[in-house]
Design a protein around this ligand. Structure first.
Ligand code: A3P
Length: 313
């Protein structure tokens, strides 16, 4: 099986569930994502009007998928009541180029009649650099504070069938996060590089935190629309977009409650809408865990990402 490109240094290690992780360009991947990533790097040629949503897992990707879809496709906003956001906006390395991708891919966000095709990826800029710079496509990056992110990862993995018999201990997740050994980790390098690009090239890269979006969704939805070149001229429409994409609305659609498993991934439709709260980690992490993560966050981010103490604490 040809899974590794020439010149790629490779390390593999077993993680929870006996799955192996592979190190590719300094980041860890499961085999499924590694294969999809390599296909993507060979084949994907973004168009100038494409929009690529990039994120580390569990940072609000599903929310941003629904928001971007609603902003770009205002007249078909009600698609969100019938379709899971993951079936509206596909993940490149999974749903388009992954080994279990549906062929030929057909997603509403790729409709040629839409001004902008929307894709999503969890790939770091360090891997996607040449691809995203090969056209004038725009990139939106969402980040979330690391403690809520890893608590969300922990819940998400424990929602899997394989975790029914033995749950993934939180201590192990924290250790692995701090050590830099989880899918798509190192988190800090993932975040910092996109942040740097957004400072250098603000017309191409838009950087947003889950926490700021949560605290003032209307303002940030308007900024997103301006960045995408389709500003709102109607305040009511902004409110409708925010309302249609809120976790309270989305989680109540039948499609979000379904316990069906996606055809391209082992997770259930209903595992993407949990609490959606800022600071949820406080209910799970010990003070010692919080101190460990905060120390790394301070050292790596040096206050550059989460400006307000409340966002990261
Ligand atoms: P919690 O596990 O903290 O509740 P992702 O979409 O990147 O997988 O992230 C999932 C996280 O985003 C989960 O966080 C989930 O509850 C939250 N989420 C999903 N939809 C959301 C929405 N519309 N608004 C806010 N948060 C949302």
């Amino acid at each position: 099986m040809e899974i590794f490109q020439t010149g790629t240094s490779l390390l593999e290690r077993k993680q929870f569930g006996d799955d192996f992780l592979y190190n590719f360009h300094g980041f860890w991947f499961t085999l499924l994502f590694l294969q999809g990533t390599q296909e993507l790097l060979k084949q994907f040629k973004p168009l100038p009007n494409d929009v690529i949503l990039a994120s580390f897992p569990k940072t609000g990707t599903t929310w941003l998928k629904s928001l971007l879809y609603a902003i770009v496709n205002r007249s078909s906003i009600d698609e969100l009541t019938r379709n899971h956001p993951h079936l509206l906006v596909p993940q490149l390395e999974l749903q388009i180029y992954g080994p279990q991708a549906i062929s030929p891919p057909l997603f509403p966000s790729l409709d040629p009649s839409s001004a902008n095709r929307i894709f999503q990826t969890h790939l770091p800029y360090q891997i996607l650099e040449e691809t995203v710079n090969s056209s004038d496509c725009r990139v939106i990056y969402v980040v979330r504070n690391p403690k809520d992110t890893l608590v969300s990862v922990w819940h998400f993995v424990n929602s899997l069938e394989l975790a029914k018999t033995a749950q993934w201990p939180l201590e192990e997740v924290v250790d692995q996060f701090c050590e830099g050994f989880l899918p798509f980790v190192p988190y800090y390098d993932h975040v910092l590089e996109y942040h740097k690009k957004s400072m250098e090239r603000p017309k191409k890269f838009f950087f947003i935190t889950y926490e700021e979006l949560k605290s003032d969704p209307k303002t940030h939805v308007k900024k997103l629309a301006e960045f995408l070149g389709c500003p709102f001229d109607n305040e009511e429409l902004v409110e409708e977009v925010v309302r249609s994409c809120s976790i309270e609305t989305l989680r109540n659609h039948d499609v979000s409650k379904s316990s069906d498993v996606f055809s391209f991934y082992e997770f259930r439709y209903n595992s993407y809408f949990r609490k959606g709260q800022v600071g949820d980690h406080k209910s799970y992490l010990t003070n010692d865990m919080i101190d460990r993560i905060d120390t790394i966050t301070r050292e790596k981010f040096q206050g550059s990402i989460f400006k307000h103490e409340a966002d990261s604490s």
